[in-house]
Design a protein. Structure first.
Length: 319
């Protein structure tokens, strides 16, 4: 496997050990020119605060850092990646190894289940398997079975789901084609939350001990980006915190709606995209405030790893 490490100036090297250093570990196809994930904006704030940031695209060589941030854009992270992360004194998302939807979504349905309401069909792999498809010709560390599943999703049929916008909503479980009851897809109860004439998407976005709720509204039933309502610190529902622990997430996003006072969970992500902010430096003030908070939390974690490494390592286990 090829090995690469990048900083803003190009190839990184061992520098002043007194300077705090954060290393991001990515999939092998990562490019330093990519600015499609939220971490690049957090990186800008960290570097302005005096933190050295480097990017790793392989597990072939250990590079010293105060904190390793596992940011591998795959539904399943290999055992080699997990083992590599645990060689560091401290690591974020070292235990977040599997976010396939069939493991965790609420309202998962089988073909013979009893359900009278509408349902939605999605891919089991995150983001319709696009990350796995994009790497099929370049990376040999992804299990063949996952690449095969991702490529099946690309097939040109009436059932094809290539992106999130291709997710299908049916009025009843009986209307769902048999094709979708297999390993590649999940069928879930469709439980929207309404705010007047619009649908609501709630996103629990978190890093360490910081918790934010981002709310979007849309006339569409499947919400990607539309009307930004707010992004504010909040106290998460206990189910959301338990869900984080279940998936081993220290950083990420959980998509949900509130149904009868309880969160109904339908997606999770550990490599948050920039979305509408990808081509601009402008951010909504509340979103910018969240990113500043996340940078501060990473600095706190780096300082904790230097002064109390054993206590910090234990904190990763409990989320």
């Amino acid at each position: 496997m090829e090995y690469a490490i990048w900083s803003r100036e190009g190839l990184a090297y061992m520098s002043d050990a007194s300077k705090p250093r954060l290393a991001f570990l990515h999939e092998a196809t990562y490019s330093p020119e990519q600015r499609i994930h939220m971490i690049v904006l957090i990186e800008d704030i960290l570097e302005a605060s005096g933190v050295e940031v480097v990017h790793l695209a392989s597990t072939d060589q250990y590079i010293q850092a105060d904190l390793l941030f596992v940011h591998v854009d795959r539904s399943i992270v290999s055992s080699e990646t997990c083992s590599f992360a645990l060689h560091y004194p401290n690591a974020v998302n070292a235990y977040a190894t599997d976010i396939r939807k069939a493991r965790y979504i609420d309202g998962l349905l089988g073909r013979n289940d009893a359900h009278d309401g509408p349902v939605i069909v999605k891919t089991d792999l995150n983001y319709a398997g696009q990350p796995e498809r994009n790497s099929q010709n370049r990376v040999r560390t992804i299990p063949r079975r996952l690449i095969a599943r991702a490529m099946r999703l690309l097939g040109a049929t009436d059932y094809t789901i290539r992106t999130k916008s291709d997710y299908r909503i049916y009025d009843s479980l009986a209307e769902v084609p048999r094709h979708y009851f297999g390993d590649d897809y999940v069928v879930q109860k469709f439980m929207p939350e309404r705010d007047g004439a619009k649908n609501v998407l709630r996103e629990y976005i978190f890093l360490g001990d910081l918790h934010y709720e981002n709310i979007e509204r849309s006339s569409d039933l499947i919400i990607t980006e539309d009307e930004h309502v707010s992004c504010k610190p909040f106290v998460p529902h206990p189910r959301l915190l338990a869900f984080r622990r279940q998936l081993g997430l220290q950083y990420g996003k959980i998509d949900y709606t509130m149904v009868d006072g309880e969160p109904f969970i339908f997606d999770a992500n550990k490599t948050l995209g920039l979305g509408e902010y990808g081509d601009t430096t402008w951010l909504a003030p509340d979103v910018h405030g969240m990113l500043v908070g996340f940078a501060g939390e990473l600095i706190r974690l780096i300082e904790s790893s230097r002064t109390e490494p054993e206590a910090y390592a234990q904190s990763l286990l409990v989320g």
